[in-house]
Design a protein around this ligand. Sequence first.
Ligand SMILES: NC(=O)c1ccc[n+]([C@@H]2O[C@H](COP(=O)([O-])OP(=O)(O)OC[C@H]3O[C@@H](n4cnc5c(N)ncnc54)[C@H](OP(=O)(O)O)[C@@H]3O)[C@@H](O)[C@H]2O)c1
Length: 304
Amino acid sequence: MALMTRTFALNENVSIPAVGFGTYLISSEDAPEVIQTAIECGYRHIDTASGYRNETAVGEGIQAGLASTGLSRSDIFVTAKLWPGNSAWGDAPKTHEQTLAECDASLERLGLDYVDLYLIHAPYGGAERLSQWRALVELQTAGKARSIGVSNFNRGHLDEIRTAGLPTPDANQIELHPWSQKPELLAYMAENGIAPIAYCSLVPLSTWRTEEGQASAKTEQMKADSAAFSDMARKYGVTEAQFLLRWGVQNGYAVLPKSLNPQRMKQNIDLEGFEIDDTDMAAIREMDRGQGVAWATGDPSSAD
Ligand SMILES: NC(=O)c1ccc[n+]([C@@H]2O[C@H](COP(=O)([O-])OP(=O)(O)OC[C@H]3O[C@@H](n4cnc5c(N)ncnc54)[C@H](OP(=O)(O)O)[C@@H]3O)[C@@H](O)[C@H]2O)c1
């Protein structure tokens, strides 16, 4: 086995490392050391968001990781996300000007001059959604984001951008794993040159978000099926987590495993040296159960 160093193209100038390190549910207390360790383990892609409320600590971890490995800023791919607001939650959608200011605030907290990818976290902007996207286009032109995209957008939200004659997103970050495969959305994205980035690849594991208060809409049936991929993984001599992550990368999705445990961190990027065969890939295609489970509040892509 060996470190996964593959990348996927996002636009003419930018490629995204196939394995990123997820930072949701990592506290500001833990983040500096955890992110430093992730970089030391070989991660070259860090996924964060203002909504995770840990950007300052993630930024400290990035600086510490660069210092301890001797890498430079350009060796690391950093994704940040705009929290768009959500009037359904009494949180006014961000305007165009506020979106520009939010990106500056994230850069300041992260201690960076630019991010490699800036995303609208969810399609919650309502009447401001296109203004938010126009602001991201400006941020890219200004060099504050090397690539831009969205997250949790459905086909209708993506079409809204296209119909407005605006540049299409470089990527759409969505929940993708064998139980949530979204084939129609992925086909539309492929037709329109929008790269998929997969979050929550590890949902089928029994160890996925087990701590008190961690959001999950995992059903009892899913919990009962928590060893669903262990036989397949055993066949390749890998862990279930490695199997699920490799499935994503083999499908052409960047994946974003999060772990606080250094052994798991190493395992989750150690994905070269085996290939899931066509029979198993075809069997998994039949295992789709529809929408995802990561947002306890319901599927964000169903927003108007
Ligand atoms: N755009 C969005 O709306 C959105 C939504 C959700 C997530 N994300 C991004 O995607 C990232 C990944 O999603 P996620 O953090 O929800 O879930 P995940 O990475 O799929 O799974 C993390 C869970 O699995 C456990 N785990 C990790 N590696 C393991 C291994 N090798 N063996 C057994 N258990 C393992 C972790 O526990 P330990 O920490 O104890 O190891 C944790 O409970 C996030 O951190 C975030 O950056 C984006």
